[in-house]
Design a protein around this ligand. Structure first.
Ligand code: S3P
Length: 173
């Protein structure tokens, strides 16, 4: 399986690691959230406002299916959205047709990285502390990430480029 998909909670580094990994492998980087934004012409928070999380999940699945369809000889690194694993059909696609890697981060790391970036991430909005939201998402999703991934990489205290290098090594090995 040549094509690589990165999964994990918001803030784990899927997009930044994806950029480094795509460069190192000479693959094309596809960012699932950006594809959704391009196709709808709307930012993610607006999509959530208009069609709710369930409408967003349907779009996410349909875009994942079409990215899967247009993969060709050129390898792809896919940076997914943190909630892609919530949809069973998406988990099946990622398990069967991608080399899927879970970027596992602890809550303090995620909180530190997301403190300035809560805007634009509807599921992290709200009055309650960011840490509580992240803990809840981790509780709900950890098993799904583990079940979907072929490999898990611990990302705390590592730069995106170090993580990408670790992935390259494991793909070669
Ligand atoms: C989501 C994560 C976001 C984006 C959407 C939903 C989630 O992507 O897909 O806001 O459910 O965790 P990031 O993981 O890049 O923040």
């Amino acid at each position: 399986m040549r094509h690589v998909a990165l999964i994990g909670l918001p803030g784990c580094g899927k997009s930044s690691v994806g950029r480094h990994l795509a460069l190192a492998l000479h693959y094309t980087l596809v960012d699932l959230d950006l594809e959704i934004v391009h196709r709808t012409g709307k930012p993610i928070p607006e999509i959530f406002e208009e069609v709710g999380e369930s409408g967003f999940r349907e779009m996410e699945q349909s875009v994942l299916e079409s990215v899967h369809g247009y993969r060709n000889e050129q390898g792809i690194v896919l940076a997914t959205g943190g909630g892609v694993v919530v949809t069973e059909a998406c988990r099946e696609i990622l398990k069967s047709h991608w080399k899927t890697i879970y970027l596992e981060a602890t809550i303090p790391t995620l909180r530190y990285r997301l403190e300035a970036e809560r805007v634009g991430r509807p599921l992290l909005h709200g009055q309650d502390p960011l840490e509580d939201r992240l803990k809840r998402l981790l509780r709900e999703r950890e098993i799904l990430y583990q079940d979907t991934a072929h490999q898990t990489i611990q990302v705390d205290n590592k730069s995106p480029s170090e993580i990408a290098q670790a992935i390259v090594q494991s793909l070669l090995g």
